[in-house]
Design a protein around this ligand. Structure first.
Ligand code: TYD
Ligand code: MG
Length: 452
């Protein structure tokens, strides 16, 4: 076995040298090298007693079903993978003002048979009380508020009160007195999270950390602790819409596919159980530039309206603007429409918007986006009884998409009469009652089927 040797470490830049040097070859500082003692060799126990150091064969590891605490907010439980796992550390990130504190307070209030300690570093307990009063609630006695940012004091309170659930709002305001850096700095955020991680694991209580996603460089964002936590939830939405989407970006105890949809009301967040109906509620079928698409969010199909407005641009470079779909995807679709359908969009402003403020990243909505653009350009309405599904390839071909069955079912359920599908997807799907399946191979063919 190799002998452990003494190392010399530069205190300025961390450069490691096998011998002492006066000037650091890396950062050119003088007299910064300090001897670092070698780590003592661990002696391995050789007795017959199994220890934690003995590897366990994979098939002998006992499976344990993780018990979960349901919050009774269905959309939240779904994203968590069926409820909160005791002892887990969860991070809820999102833009300031999106509704993180509201969601946390609602979850706290919903956990009626648990004691929840809600620690706030941003608002006073009176402000929190005012918020809680707006929310629908059955009981409030089980929620304890604490306005504090010193983690050592907070841990004392946890020690004394032993709550069942801990909420820290927000991690960026917390600090450990031993550290010199300011609250919100990378080292404070990381150290605080590490301490709370230990707390969650040793006491077996779930700990929620609220984190603001901020512009890089200002305050350490929740990114720096994502690797430590069991679950990263992201709360998102467009500023001027009331819909909010909760996603799991990481989940050690469940899938990251599920999303929860909420609507921000005067009385807090309300779950949206039937998203398709809600998102299509304001649609005026029959106007040009509007197409209904069937997207998949998580494991759920959602029907959405994709709107486009095409108009001659009056000032030099034409504008292209997209809300809810990827801008680069829009550019690609415009190029395909120009080349394969012969639409002249070079001197046109093009605006695309997904109604309701939801964001969709699936290529399956390509066909809907293209149809809305073509419809607005020609000023011919898309068949209001039709739903468009399909990815568009660079050659203008309509490519297969996944989860066709679910999309067709949802379209049929909401009373649509036709669904335009890629031919290869149409081939494998079972027909549904009351809806005609229209298979298409190419974009021009699809436009003909949709714009009549
Ligand atoms: P908040 O939870 O404070 O956001 P965050 O903690 O993410 O910064 O919520 C902020 C917004 O939500 C605020 O603009 C007010 C609005 N709101 C409602 O519309 N209805 C409500 O019942 C509550 C509590 C907040
Ligand atoms: Mg807040």
């Amino acid at each position: 076995m190799a002998k452990h040797q003494t190392k010399y470490v530069c205190q300025s830049c961390g450069y490691v040298s096998p011998r002492w040097v006066g000037k650091c070859p890396n950062c050119s500082e003088w007299n910064t090298f300090v001897e670092e003692a070698p780590a003592p060799l661990k002696t391995v126990r050789r007795s017959g007693v199994p220890s934690a150091l003995d590897p366990v064969p994979l098939d002998e590891v006992e499976r344990e079903d993780v018990p979960r605490v349901r919050t009774s907010i269905g959309e939240l439980d779904r994203v968590l993978g069926g409820g909160i796992v005791p002892g887990s550390l969860l991070l809820l990130g999102g833009d300031p003002g999106i509704g993180k504190s509201t969601l946390m307070m609602q979850a706290a209030l919903a956990l009626a048979d648990q004691t929840v300690l809600y620690v706030t570093g941003e608002e006073s307990v009176r402000q929190i009380k005012l918020r809680a009063e707006r929310l629908e609630r059955r009981s409030t006695k089980h929620v304890l508020l604490l306005a504090e940012t010193n983690l050592d004091l907070i841990l004392d309170v946890v020690e004394r009160g032993s709550p069942d659930v801990l909420v820290i709002d927000s991690i960026q305001t917390m600090f450990r007195p031993g550290l010199e850096s300011a609250p919100g700095s990378v080292s404070q955020v990381r150290e605080s999270a590490a301490l709370l991680l230990r707390l969650a694991k040793t006491r077996g209580i779930p700990v929620f950390l609220v984190g603001h996603v901020t512009k890089e460089g200002m305050i350490a964002g929740p990114k720096v602790i994502e690797h430590m936590v069991d679950c990263v939830l992201q709360f998102e939405g467009e500023a001027h819409y009331s819909y909010r989407v909760l996603r799991a970006l990481k989940n050690r105890f469940g899938s990251t596919n599920e999303i929860g949809i909420f609507e921000m009301r005067e009385t807090g967040l309300r779950e949206v159980i039937n998203p398709s109906e809600v998102f299509l509620a304001e649609r005026h079928g029959g106007t040009s530039g509007s197409t209904v698409v069937a997207a998949i969010e998580g494991s759920r199909p959602i029907l959405l309206e994709v709107q486009a407005l095409v108009s001659s641009s009056n000032y030099g470079t034409p504008q292209r603007n997209s809300t809810g779909i990827d801008y680069r995807r829009l550019s690609l679709l415009l190029a395909v429409l120009e080349k394969r359908v012969g639409l002249h969009l070079g001197s046109q402003d093009v605006f695309v918007n997904v109604a309701g403020g939801l964001r969709i990243d699936e290529p399956a909505v390509d066909l809907g986006v293209a149809a809305s653009i073509a419809s607005s350009h020609r000023d011919v309405a898309v068949d209001p009884q039709a739903v468009a599904v399909g990815e568009i390839g660079l050659g203008g071909e309509i490519r297969a998409v996944g989860h066709v069955e679910k999309r067709v079912q949802e379209a049929a359920k909401l009373g649509f009469k036709r669904i335009i599908l890629p031919r290869s997807s149409a081939r494998i799907v079972k027909p549904a009652d009351g809806i005609e399946i229209v298979p298409v191979d190419r974009i021009d063919q699809a436009m003909e089927a949709l714009l009549r």
